[in-house]
Design a protein around this ligand. Structure first.
Ligand SMILES: [Zn+2]
Length: 214
Protein backbone atom coordinates (compact mmCIF):
# COMPACT_ATOMS: atom_id res chain seq x y z
CA UNK A 1 0.00 0.00 0.00
CA UNK A 2 1.28 3.46 -0.88
CA UNK A 3 1.48 5.66 2.23
CA UNK A 4 -0.38 8.95 2.17
CA UNK A 5 1.63 11.93 0.96
CA UNK A 6 1.79 14.79 3.49
CA UNK A 7 1.82 17.31 0.62
CA UNK A 8 -1.79 16.68 -0.42
CA UNK A 9 -3.50 19.10 1.96
CA UNK A 10 -0.71 21.66 1.70
CA UNK A 11 -1.00 21.56 -2.10
CA UNK A 12 -4.63 22.65 -1.90
CA UNK A 13 -3.65 25.63 0.22
CA UNK A 14 -0.77 26.34 -2.16
CA UNK A 15 -3.16 26.57 -5.09
CA UNK A 16 -5.17 29.22 -3.23
CA UNK A 17 -2.06 31.18 -2.27
CA UNK A 18 -0.80 31.19 -5.84
CA UNK A 19 -4.16 32.36 -7.17
CA UNK A 20 -4.05 35.17 -4.59
CA UNK A 21 -0.47 35.95 -5.63
CA UNK A 22 -1.43 36.18 -9.28
CA UNK A 23 -4.18 38.64 -8.34
CA UNK A 24 -1.72 40.78 -6.40
CA UNK A 25 0.69 40.98 -9.36
CA UNK A 26 -2.25 41.85 -11.58
CA UNK A 27 -3.47 44.61 -9.29
CA UNK A 28 0.06 45.99 -9.18
CA UNK A 29 0.28 46.05 -12.97
CA UNK A 30 -3.05 47.81 -13.30
CA UNK A 31 -2.03 50.44 -10.76
CA UNK A 32 1.28 51.13 -12.43
CA UNK A 33 0.95 50.42 -16.12
CA UNK A 34 -2.43 51.46 -17.40
CA UNK A 35 -2.59 53.46 -20.59
CA UNK A 36 1.17 53.81 -20.96
CA UNK A 37 1.31 56.64 -18.46
CA UNK A 38 4.63 58.21 -17.52
CA UNK A 39 6.73 55.95 -15.39
CA UNK A 40 6.99 57.39 -11.96
CA UNK A 41 10.03 55.59 -10.66
CA UNK A 42 9.69 56.40 -6.98
CA UNK A 43 6.04 55.54 -6.88
CA UNK A 44 6.68 52.21 -8.60
CA UNK A 45 9.58 51.44 -6.30
CA UNK A 46 7.36 51.95 -3.28
CA UNK A 47 4.60 49.89 -4.80
CA UNK A 48 6.96 47.01 -5.64
CA UNK A 49 8.20 47.06 -2.04
CA UNK A 50 4.70 46.84 -0.64
CA UNK A 51 3.73 44.10 -3.11
CA UNK A 52 6.61 41.87 -2.02
CA UNK A 53 6.00 42.64 1.62
CA UNK A 54 2.44 41.46 1.21
CA UNK A 55 3.38 38.31 -0.74
CA UNK A 56 5.98 37.46 1.87
CA UNK A 57 3.44 37.90 4.65
CA UNK A 58 0.96 35.65 2.83
CA UNK A 59 3.58 32.94 2.39
CA UNK A 60 4.71 33.03 6.00
CA UNK A 61 1.15 32.65 7.21
CA UNK A 62 0.65 29.76 4.77
CA UNK A 63 3.84 28.03 5.94
CA UNK A 64 2.88 28.23 9.59
CA UNK A 65 -0.56 26.82 8.84
CA UNK A 66 0.75 23.86 6.88
CA UNK A 67 3.46 23.15 9.48
CA UNK A 68 0.76 22.86 12.14
CA UNK A 69 -1.56 20.84 9.94
CA UNK A 70 1.10 18.30 8.96
CA UNK A 71 2.27 17.95 12.56
CA UNK A 72 -1.25 17.46 13.90
CA UNK A 73 -2.10 14.95 11.17
CA UNK A 74 0.94 12.82 11.95
CA UNK A 75 0.01 12.80 15.63
CA UNK A 76 -3.57 11.85 14.74
CA UNK A 77 -2.33 8.98 12.56
CA UNK A 78 -0.34 7.68 15.52
CA UNK A 79 -3.39 8.04 17.76
CA UNK A 80 -1.75 10.75 19.88
CA UNK A 81 -2.85 14.19 20.99
CA UNK A 82 -0.49 16.90 19.64
CA UNK A 83 0.62 19.48 22.19
CA UNK A 84 2.79 21.79 20.16
CA UNK A 85 1.95 25.13 18.59
CA UNK A 86 4.13 26.24 15.71
CA UNK A 87 5.34 29.76 16.18
CA UNK A 88 7.02 32.30 13.99
CA UNK A 89 10.44 31.68 15.59
CA UNK A 90 10.37 28.10 14.28
CA UNK A 91 9.58 29.33 10.79
CA UNK A 92 12.12 32.14 10.90
CA UNK A 93 14.87 29.67 11.62
CA UNK A 94 14.02 27.89 8.37
CA UNK A 95 13.59 31.06 6.35
CA UNK A 96 16.61 32.93 7.71
CA UNK A 97 19.23 30.23 7.15
CA UNK A 98 20.66 28.67 4.00
CA UNK A 99 18.42 25.84 2.91
CA UNK A 100 20.10 22.63 1.81
CA UNK A 101 17.75 22.17 -1.13
CA UNK A 102 17.51 25.71 -2.52
CA UNK A 103 21.03 26.70 -1.48
CA UNK A 104 19.80 30.18 -0.59
CA UNK A 105 18.30 32.07 2.34
CA UNK A 106 14.60 32.60 1.77
CA UNK A 107 14.47 36.01 3.46
CA UNK A 108 17.35 37.34 1.36
CA UNK A 109 15.89 35.87 -1.79
CA UNK A 110 12.62 37.74 -1.24
CA UNK A 111 14.56 41.01 -1.22
CA UNK A 112 16.59 39.96 -4.24
CA UNK A 113 13.49 39.03 -6.23
CA UNK A 114 11.86 42.32 -5.23
CA UNK A 115 14.89 44.32 -6.39
CA UNK A 116 15.26 42.35 -9.61
CA UNK A 117 11.61 42.91 -10.43
CA UNK A 118 11.90 46.62 -9.82
CA UNK A 119 15.01 46.76 -12.02
CA UNK A 120 13.22 44.91 -14.79
CA UNK A 121 10.40 47.47 -14.62
CA UNK A 122 12.94 50.28 -14.77
CA UNK A 123 14.17 48.99 -18.10
CA UNK A 124 10.85 50.19 -19.45
CA UNK A 125 11.91 53.77 -18.80
CA UNK A 126 14.58 53.51 -21.49
CA UNK A 127 12.21 53.36 -24.38
CA UNK A 128 8.91 52.39 -25.77
CA UNK A 129 7.31 49.31 -24.42
CA UNK A 130 4.36 47.28 -25.47
CA UNK A 131 1.63 45.67 -23.40
CA UNK A 132 3.22 42.34 -24.27
CA UNK A 133 6.54 43.44 -22.72
CA UNK A 134 4.77 44.35 -19.52
CA UNK A 135 2.85 41.10 -19.41
CA UNK A 136 6.10 39.16 -19.91
CA UNK A 137 7.82 40.92 -17.02
CA UNK A 138 4.90 40.28 -14.69
CA UNK A 139 4.56 36.69 -15.77
CA UNK A 140 8.25 36.04 -15.16
CA UNK A 141 8.11 37.65 -11.73
CA UNK A 142 5.08 35.57 -10.83
CA UNK A 143 6.67 32.35 -12.09
CA UNK A 144 9.87 32.71 -10.08
CA UNK A 145 7.89 33.68 -6.99
CA UNK A 146 5.58 30.69 -7.43
CA UNK A 147 8.53 28.32 -7.83
CA UNK A 148 10.09 29.56 -4.61
CA UNK A 149 6.76 29.45 -2.77
CA UNK A 150 6.19 25.86 -3.82
CA UNK A 151 9.69 24.69 -2.92
CA UNK A 152 9.35 26.16 0.56
CA UNK A 153 5.97 24.50 0.93
CA UNK A 154 7.82 21.21 0.43
CA UNK A 155 10.62 22.26 2.80
CA UNK A 156 8.23 23.32 5.56
CA UNK A 157 6.22 20.10 5.28
CA UNK A 158 9.46 18.11 5.51
CA UNK A 159 10.72 20.00 8.57
CA UNK A 160 7.41 19.82 10.34
CA UNK A 161 6.90 16.12 9.70
CA UNK A 162 10.42 15.31 10.89
CA UNK A 163 9.73 17.33 14.03
CA UNK A 164 6.54 15.36 14.60
CA UNK A 165 8.32 12.00 14.29
CA UNK A 166 11.17 13.19 16.48
CA UNK A 167 8.71 14.39 19.15
CA UNK A 168 6.91 11.05 18.91
CA UNK A 169 10.21 9.27 19.53
CA UNK A 170 10.38 7.62 16.11
CA UNK A 171 13.99 6.59 15.45
CA UNK A 172 13.91 5.54 11.82
CA UNK A 173 11.96 6.66 8.77
CA UNK A 174 11.18 5.13 5.44
CA UNK A 175 11.79 7.12 2.24
CA UNK A 176 8.75 7.09 -0.08
CA UNK A 177 8.68 8.36 -3.64
CA UNK A 178 5.43 9.55 -5.21
CA UNK A 179 5.49 6.50 -7.53
CA UNK A 180 4.02 8.58 -10.31
CA UNK A 181 6.51 8.01 -13.10
CA UNK A 182 8.19 11.37 -12.50
CA UNK A 183 10.62 10.17 -9.85
CA UNK A 184 14.31 10.85 -10.53
CA UNK A 185 16.81 7.98 -10.61
CA UNK A 186 18.44 9.02 -7.34
CA UNK A 187 15.14 9.02 -5.44
CA UNK A 188 14.03 5.79 -7.12
CA UNK A 189 16.97 4.00 -5.53
CA UNK A 190 15.87 5.29 -2.12
CA UNK A 191 12.23 4.20 -2.38
CA UNK A 192 11.44 2.04 0.63
CA UNK A 193 14.88 2.46 2.20
CA UNK A 194 14.81 3.04 5.96
CA UNK A 195 17.13 5.68 7.41
CA UNK A 196 17.96 6.75 10.98
CA UNK A 197 16.03 10.00 11.58
CA UNK A 198 19.29 11.92 11.94
CA UNK A 199 20.87 10.58 8.75
CA UNK A 200 18.27 11.21 6.09
CA UNK A 201 19.81 12.08 2.71
CA UNK A 202 19.37 15.55 1.23
CA UNK A 203 16.68 16.01 -1.37
CA UNK A 204 16.62 18.25 -4.41
CA UNK A 205 14.45 20.99 -5.97
CA UNK A 206 10.91 19.76 -6.53
CA UNK A 207 11.53 16.43 -4.84
CA UNK A 208 8.20 15.30 -3.47
CA UNK A 209 9.42 12.24 -1.68
CA UNK A 210 8.29 11.95 1.93
CA UNK A 211 9.07 10.03 5.08
CA UNK A 212 6.91 7.68 7.11
CA UNK A 213 7.57 5.36 10.02
CA UNK A 214 8.92 1.99 8.78
ZN1 LIG B 1 12.53 12.63 -4.67
Amino acid sequence: MTPKSPYEKADKRLEKILAETKKEFNKHRLRNFTGHDELNVLRIKKDVASLYKKLDRMNRKFYLEIAQEVYDDIYAEQGKEPDRMFEIAWLNEILDTTNEVTDFIYTNEVKRKRDRFFESLLVLTYGNYTDADIMTLYKRAFDVWARQTEQYEINVVDYSSRDAYRDLGVQRLRWNTQRDGRVCAECQKRDGVIYPINAIPESHWNCRCFLTPP
